[in-house]
Ligand binder design. Structure first.
Ligand SMILES: [Zn+2]
Length: 282
């Protein structure tokens, strides 16, 4: 039963903290309430991957009282939030407008359901298990980073890349794959966000392919040369955007507030050119 009256920043923060305990986050991570008055009422929430000028504009335009962001705005220590700094300007705008900011990052990645569950669901994967099971405070109950599951039907790597491009949010970067395009993929590992630290886990998982973001030349070449699963590289934002729908649906169940999801593409890549796609004039 959704809570109907007097929803405050504190109430939403407490619920989010219970679903994504802060001690589930990696030690380097910074999660939880970033700024905002605990007693401020919440009637409208905006879920975003990144707190950047474009999504802050959107929050202010929509009259949101709270932004739930995936990536931390202030990950590294700062000695100033002066308004002439990039992040300081955002802090000032949010505080002036009375908009609170909350972050659930690696604690939402490791949760079950978490960020990679939403990505796996978009791709229709079933029989999910963690790619790297959680250790420490978050250990147990299917929690961990990344997921491994089965596609509803086997696809060649080339078809899988097209399938992922069709199921995931559209970005300029699109989807690219590494490995034999004809390789048949039944079991797929996925990880929302940067995934190259789990290449060895993907190889051990028995997956035929591993889909994540931010893959690089040398780790990919070495991984493939050592017989690892094929790789599918997707824009970072597109791998985490599906989670916004999941957390928004959950917030709507818990609180009688309006919860909106940002489709502002905050992936930094804005142009993709491919010579094969060009009409080459003689
Ligand atoms: Zn990320």
């Amino acid at each position: 039963m959704a809570e109907t009256t007097g929803v405050t920043v504190r109430a939403v923060v407490d619920a989010l903290d219970a679903r994504y305990p802060r001690n589930w986050a990696e030690s380097w991570d910074r999660v939880g309430l970033v700024l905002g008055e605990f007693e401020h009422p919440v009637t409208r929430v905006l879920c975003v991957v990144d707190c950047v000028p474009e999504t802050v504009d959107q929050a202010l335009d929509l009259g949101a009282d709270l932004i739930v962001a995936h990536h931390p705005l202030l990950l590294k220590p700062v000695s100033s939030i002066a308004p002439d700094t990039f992040k300081g300007a955002l802090v000032h705008r949010l505080i002036r407008a009375g908009v609170a900011l909350y972050t659930a990052h690696t604690n939402a990645d490791v949760a079950n359901p978490g960020v990679s569950d939403a990505l796996a669901a978009r791709l229709g994967l079933t029989g999910l298990r963690p790619l790297a099971p959680a250790e420490g405070a978050a250990a147990g109950e299917g929690r961990g980073l990344g997921r491994v599951g089965e596609l509803s039907e086997p696809l060649t790597l080339a078809r899988l890349a097209e399938f992922a491009a069709g199921r995931l949010p559209v970005t300029a970067a699109g989807v690219r794959a590494a490995g034999d395009p004809e390789r048949l993929i039944r079991v797929l590992a996925v990880c929302g966000g940067a995934g190259d630290s789990f290449l060895a886990d993907a190889a051990r998982s028995g997956a035929d392919a591993y889909l994540c973001a931010d893959l690089r030349h040398h780790p990919v070449s070495e991984h493939l040369a050592s017989g690892g699963p094929a790789l599918v590289d997707v824009a970072h934002w597109a791998t985490e955007r599906p989670w916004l729908d999941e957390v928004a649906a959950w917030l709507r169940e818990v609180f009688a507030v309006e919860v909106l999801v940002s489709d502002v593409d905050t992936d930094p890549w804005t142009v993709h050119a491919n010579r094969n796609d060009l009409e080459i004039s003689p």
